[in-house]
Design a protein around this ligand. Structure first.
Ligand code: AMP
Length: 395
């Protein structure tokens, strides 16, 4: 895998695809700069080599139209503050404004190009647009995992114009290594903990990881489709009736592949879907009519704990209960604590994909797991076993 460490950037202009799609408030101020901070090590390496950096990114969904609200100019000061260099700005990512700004760029300087998605050619993966971007730099660096699953001009097509001068930035390289560590090179036993609301949204992931894991823990709203399919009573719990066959087929495939599946045995059931609802612990197969399972029960957590603590590689995707409501967050917090303990004992743990990242951040587990993936969709597609176009383009 070629990274920025394989190049010396002295006197070179590095064209870096970053993911600066950061949230802005009503005054167009950055509210969470973690994506900018995440790109810093790659930029600093290039500047320290004696090169200059041209940063390109998208912001929001302008759908091919320029707008002040989605201009990357809004974040230029924040990028300067974080990188520690006065970042210059080009009012267009292609054309004369970009060419002129690049021509004037000196060693040690950083230039931020205007929002790539102000041009519809970006998302269309247009070749001549990609070529115009490519002409701006000497070496292409992709450090944007969040868009690696898109075959856009700046993430994929552009790489064709740099047959020997393309590489991954540190952030993207780390993401690839973390995913490989779980999907390809993970020390056994490997466990995947899958939660979230629906089986239907996780089915491709489940089928792909059955070939990679020794244990599969299923929790959250997905549970009830599996329980009902096996004849259990799930009351008012979230359940996809049309996915019961699929659930049974997953269990059968797991058995054939020697994967141990661990489902909840008890749940914290509630009378209503709200935080103040009356609750009781019941067997997962005997949830009374009118009640719904909203979090894992104590015996379930005990069982899951044993599996997690004996695992050497852990993948976590999806909350184990309705963690947005404090009274139903305990199961998800407990899973985070078990993973923390296993990680301290030497396991490698990767958390990724949408709501599990939100839960990990909310409950302060971010620094307790080995790696938290920044790319939602890209992470999910990696877990589904898809080859991401942005990664393939460099490899
Ligand atoms: P997903 O986007 O598929 O990962 O699902 C995440 C959502 O699943 C979160 O918003 C949780 O509140 C929800 N969830 C987890 N457990 C349950 C449950 N037992 N019943 C309903 N929703 C759940």
């Amino acid at each position: 895998m070629k990274t920025v460490d394989n190049f010396n950037f002295k006197s070179k202009k590095a064209l870096i695809r970053v993911d600066f799609n950061v949230p802005l408030d009503g005054n167009l101020k950055v509210t969470d700069a973690s994506r900018i901070a995440a790109a810093k090590p790659t930029i600093i390496k290039i500047l320290e080599d004696g090169g200059s950096a041209i940063l390109m990114s998208h912001l929001g969904r302008p759908d091919g139209k320029a707008s002040d609200a989605l201009s990357l100019k809004n974040i230029c000061d924040k990028v300067s503050e974080i990188i520690g260099v006065n970042v210059k700005f080009a009012s267009n990512c292609v054309g004369d404004a970009a060419k002129e700004a690049v021509k004037n760029l000196k060693t040690g300087e950083v230039l931020l190009l205007e929002n790539l998605r102000f041009h519809s050619e970006e998302e269309a993966g247009d070749r001549s647009f990609a070529e115009q971007l490519a002409n701006l730099g000497d070496i292409y660096v992709n450090d944007a995992f969040g868009t690696a699953h898109r075959a856009h001009a700046s993430t994929t097509i552009i790489a064709d114009f740099f047959p020997d001068h393309k590489c991954f930035g540190y952030l993207l390289a780390q993401e690839i290594l973390a995913i490989d560590k779980v999907m390809k090179t993970g020390e056994k036993p490997v466990v995947a903990i899958l939660g979230g609301s629906k089986v239907s949204s996780k089915i491709t992931i489940i089928e792909n990881i059955l070939d990679k894991v020794d244990h599969l823990i299923i929790g959250g709203g997905m549970t009830y489709t599996f329980i009902k399919a096996q004849g259990g009573k799930v009351g008012n719990s979230i359940c996809e009736d049309d996915k019961q066959e699929l659930a049974l087929s997953i269990l059968k495939q797991a058995k054939e592949k020697g994967v141990e599946v661990h489902l909840p045995v008890d749940v914290l059931a509630a009378k209503d879907f709200n935080n103040e609802a009356e609750t009781k612990i019941v067997a997962v197969t005997a949830i009374p009519d009118g009640w719904q399972g909203l979090d894992a029960g104590p015996q379930t957590l005990e069982n899951f704990k044993k599996v997690i603590l004996k695992s050497k590689t852990i993948l976590w995707n999806g909350p184990i209960g309705v963690f947005e409501m404090p009274n139903f967050a305990k199961g998800t917090i407990a899973i985070g604590n078990f993973i923390d303990e296993a990680t301290k004992n030497g396991a490698f743990s990767l958390v990724g994909g949408g709501d599990s990242v939100a839960a990990v951040k909310q409950f302060g587990f971010e620094n307790k797991v080995s790696y938290v993936s920044t790319g939602g969709g890209a992470m999910l597609e990696s877990l589904e076993g898809k080859i991401l176009p942005g990664i393939a383009a460099i490899r």
